[in-house]
Design a protein around this ligand. Structure first.
Ligand SMILES: *Cc1c(COP(=O)(O)O)cnc(C)c1O
Length: 385
């Protein structure tokens, strides 16, 4: 096969790490459901000794994701949170992290309720203002950790601007690229040192498995994370690796359709009388519309909107039929959720108020169904308000 850098994105989703099985020619990667590997003699194996350390199905997925994000290697873990936890083990007690103040709810829960107990320190700032990031960096800072667009308010951070600050201070920049996927946003090209993913979402795309990935730009990061896989053991199972390898083959066409539907649903919501505000980077009235156009090649499928109150949110959420009320995002089906009681419940009322997540906010992950059906469903549900 030609070197993967010469191949287009869709070709790489389908071919990198997805080579036919050398033994049988099977076009689809085998699931190596094995815990161990037979050795010929003491110390002589075929590169695989025990499945916590390595598994060929996992190796294939790690090659594929590294190629899609433009990294040197990737390491996959049992969930997005397991990947973020593994990433943090690259740092040590006393290290300080500057992070966005509007992250996926599970991340501050990990940082504040687990890692501070191990001597880590975290400062939360509005990373859409690079000056605030620069001011928060101290001597002990080792990483800046950002989601862009944020969940659920869709605030955008200028990755290139932050990467220049991080480089000048010798601090790693990590971007959680779950919302855009590498199809619409390439953080490493914009200067990021590390990319993390919940593969549970768009990369897998079918809402049928959990997983997480850390994509590295330096071989030593990948080596350390390989050591963490072997040592701490929160690896992704071969079956789950296979699901992502299967799902990622259609990433480009799914993202195109998610984006088309996302734009249409955002336009519908922004015209609707019962909707007080729409948060979507593809709307010209989004405060960072220009930056979104510069940094991303599409706007994606994540939209939040304000219904005005908890009662209004509940009235409409009880009525949806095509859209399913539930946690998660990034699947082919439209999922609708209520951040205040679901993804961001752990923040507490004060925490949510500080970053602007109201009780009336509803988040939608627009699927790839016929968009008229999604819009008609939202319209009849909003009539309940
Ligand atoms: C879902 C999600 C995570 C956590 O991933 P899991 O696979 O659920 O553990 C992290 N970041 C973002 C942006 C997410 O949406």
């Amino acid at each position: 096969m030609p070197k993967d850098k010469q191949l287009g994105f869709s070709t790489r989703t389908i071919h990198v790490g997805q080579e036919p099985d050398p033994e049988t020619g099977a076009v689809t990667a085998p699931i190596y459901a094995t815990s161990t590997y037979v050795q010929e003699e003491i110390g002589k194996n075929k590169g695989y000794a025990y499945a916590r350390t390595s598994n060929p199905t996992r190796t294939r997925l790690e090659q594929n994701l590294a190629s899609l994000e433009g990294g040197v290697a990737s390491r996959v873990f049992a969930s997005g949170m397991a990947a973020i936890h593994a990433l943090c083990t690259l740092y040590k007690s006393g290290d300080h992290v500057v992070c966005g103040n509007n992250l996926y709810g599970g991340v501050p829960r990990l940082f504040n309720q687990v890692l501070t107990g191990y001597g880590f320190e975290f400062t939360y700032v509005d990373t859409s203002d690079p000056k605030k990031v620069e001011r928060a960096i101290r001597k002990a800072t080792r990483m800046v950790y950002i989601e862009t667009p944020t969940n659920p308010l869709m605030t955008i951070t200028d990755i290139r601007a932050i990467s220049e600050i991080a480089r000048s201070k010798r601090v790693d920049l990590t971007i959680d690229n779950t919302f855009m996927s590498p199809y619409f946003q390439q953080p490493i090209k914009l200067g990021a040192d590390i990319v993390v993913h919940s593969t549970t979402k768009f990369l897998n795309g079918h809402s049928d498995g959990l997983g997480g990935a850390v994509v590295c730009t330096r071989p030593e990061q990948a080596e350390s994370l390989g050591f963490v896989q072997k040592t701490a053991g929160a690896i992704l199972s071969p079956f789950e690796c296979w699901l992502v390898l299967r799902g990622v083959k259609t990433l480009a066409v799914r993202m195109e359709q998610h984006d088309r539907n996302g734009r249409a649903v955002a336009a519908f919501l922004s015209r609707h009388k019962k909707v007080k505000k729409v948060f979507y980077p593809g709307l010209p009235d989004h405060p960072q519309y220009a930056l979104a156009q510069k940094q991303m090649t599409g706007f994606g499928a994540m939209i939040s909107f304000e219904t005005g109150s908890l009662a209004n949110a509940n009235k409409m959420l009880r009525r949806v039929r095509i859209c399913s009320l539930g946690e998660s995002l990034g699947g082919v089906e439209t999922l609708i959720s209520h951040p205040a009681t679901m993804t961001h419940a752990a923040l507490g009322k004060e925490g949510r108020r500080a970053i602007g997540i109201t009780d009336g906010l509803v988040r939608i992950s627009v699927g790839i169904e016929n968009v008229e059906d999604i819009i008609a469903d939202l319209d009849q549900a909003l009539a309940a308000i």
